[in-house]
Design a protein around this ligand. Structure first.
Ligand SMILES: [Mg+2]
Length: 176
């Protein structure tokens, strides 16, 4: 049960994950959650660090595609400053959004990675879709969590992961 929520990697900052590290893992396209992974409510245009990272991916020919549960309108507006392609209404933790995007691009499961800040949606969706995942720390602590319940659940899942997979720890890079 708990393996459904197990990320492939836990990385302190996605900005430290370089195109070279991704390529070394055979990853050709990066899928990412939007809210609190790429942008935060208090910085809707994204940071300079994010822009630099996006530029490095672009220069390396690695597309970055947003996979969000939000509505088309909401995601379209949110990604506008970043100029990123996106899939809305992805239905995470189900696999539809990830699989739809992957099929459209003609990519194999091991050629994509899903980045996100939530085990219960982003990582679970990646696992359901059979693709690797990178858990990142939420950009801000006071996030968009809808309910207290989600927050408590996430904490419990994290604790269970720690107990079951002691080797799974926060790392600086994919290859640590
Ligand atoms: Mg998020």
């Amino acid at each position: 049960m708990i393996e459904k929520f197990k990320p492939t990697w836990m990385v302190n900052s996605i900005y430290r994950v370089s195109p070279e590290q991704l390529k070394a893992q055979g990853i050709r396209t990066v899928f990412s959650d939007l809210d609190n992974t790429l942008i935060a409510w208090n910085n809707p245009n994204g940071t300079q660090e994010l822009r630099d990272w996006m530029m490095s991916l672009k220069a390396a020919g690695i597309p970055l595609i947003v996979i969000s549960n939000n509505s088309h309108r909401r995601v379209e507006r949110a990604v506008a400053p970043l100029n990123l392609p996106f899939v809305s209404r992805a239905l995470k933790p189900m696999s539809f959004g990830i699989t739809r995007a992957r099929m459209r691009l003609g990519l194999e499961k091991d050629e994509v990675v899903m980045v996100g800040d939530q085990l219960l949606t982003d990582v679970a969706a990646a696992n359901t879709a059979g693709v690797r995942s990178i858990l990142v720390r939420p950009l801000v602590a006071s996030d968009q969590w809808n309910t207290k319940f989600n927050r408590i659940m996430e904490k419990q899942v994290k604790r269970a992961l720690r107990n079951n997979y002691p080797a799974l720890t926060w790392q600086e890079e994919l290859n640590d």
